[in-house]
Design a protein around this ligand. Structure first.
Ligand code: CP
Ligand code: NVA
Length: 303
């Protein structure tokens, strides 16, 4: 892999290999083994135009743990914020940095950065995908359920958001069953599923039917970053899709409840269900660190 820009661009083998590598890096860290210096003498840029807690901290820590150094660059301070084209920014950075991690609202711009910079480039969330999140989530499912192979995974809420899109591609590549359930009048995923040519992901309007017997219930915010102006229009449409005790009681008795965070209690998830599943949800957050170390390690070994 030269870049890590989407789950769409990954093969089944590369996804499995990243999860396995993340698992090994996690084991080494637990043992206090920080001997992996894959990023020794390297400086990576972290260019985020949207807020972040987990992604920023896990990348900054991960780069340091792999022997490199990280430079946080806000577009507000860069000439990018004053209109310098992304392809010029990329050509400058490509001559100085060893890798770049970008969060913004344009998948096209992240892909353009990768093309013009020629350095390993990672999508840390765009309008279209959030691929780093999915590697951490797959690791979490593997740790708790042993495998994702025969599992029924249900994504509830904004089924057209970046995280949902990445899950659709993960189902396609890895072959597990994914059900999307959310209010079709606000976020109809059928066009996206058609574009993907999805054979593994399906949309089910009724949340009760969707979660019946599910092994994993997954949710994300109902209003993603950059969509705040749609908050009032969305208000009230998602209530039936909240992960709460009524829905968890219909799922499998060993159901895992997952949330990519940040969470809004009593919106997409009830306070009770969130706290009952906090260990899983915060392992998911911790796994961002191990997953992203695996992604960077894989990029420097192939570039
Ligand atoms: N899940 C996630 O990407 O969190 P942050 O927005 O805090 O990075
Ligand atoms: N869909 C959310 C994910 C946050 C990690 C957003 O884009 O805001």
């Amino acid at each position: 892999m030269k870049n890590f820009l989407s789950i769409e661009s990954c093969t089944k083998e590369s996804l499995v290999s990243l999860v396995n590598s993340a698992e090994l890096l996690k084991e080494a860290r637990v043992c206090g083994d920080f001997s992996d210096n894959s990023l020794k003498n390297q400086c990576w840029g972290i260019i985020f135009s949207k807020a972040s807690t987990r992604t920023r901290v896990s990348f900054e820590v991960g780069i340091r743990e792999l022997g490199g150094s990280a430079l946080f660059l806000s577009p507000k301070d860069l000439q990018l914020g004053r209109g310098e084209p992304i392809k010029d920014t990329a050509r400058v950075m490509g001559r100085m940095l060893h890798g770049a991690i970008i969060r913004n609202d344009s998948q096209v711009e992240v892909e353009s950065f990768a093309e013009f910079s020629k350095i390993p480039t990672i999508n840390a969330l765009t309008d279209m995908e959030h691929p780093c999140q999915i590697i951490a989530d797959l690791l979490t499912i593997k740790e708790i359920q042993g495998t994702w192979d025969d599992k029924k995974i249900v994504f509830l809420g904004d089924v057209n958001c970046n995280v949902a899109h990445s899950w659709v591609w993960a189902a396609e590549r890895l072959g597990f069953e994914l059900i999307l359930t959310g209010p079709s009048e606000i976020c109809n995923p059928l066009e996206y599923l058609k574009k993907v040519g999805s054979t593994k992901a399906h949309y089910v309007d009724n949340p009760i039917e969707a979660v019946s017997g599910a092994n994993v219930l997954y949710t994300d915010v109902w209003v993603s970053m950059g969509m705040e102006d749609q908050a009032s229009e969305r208000d009230g449409h998602f209530n039936a899709y909240q992960i709460n005790q009524q829905l968890t009681s219909i799922a499998d008795s060993d159901v895992m409840v997952m949330h990519c965070l940040p969470a809004y209690r009593e919106k997409e998830i009830s306070e009770t269900v969130f706290e009952e599943n906090a260990e899983t949800i915060f392992s998911q957050a911790e796994n961002r660190l191990h997953a992203q170390k695996a992604i960077m390690k894989s990029l420097v070994s192939t570039n």
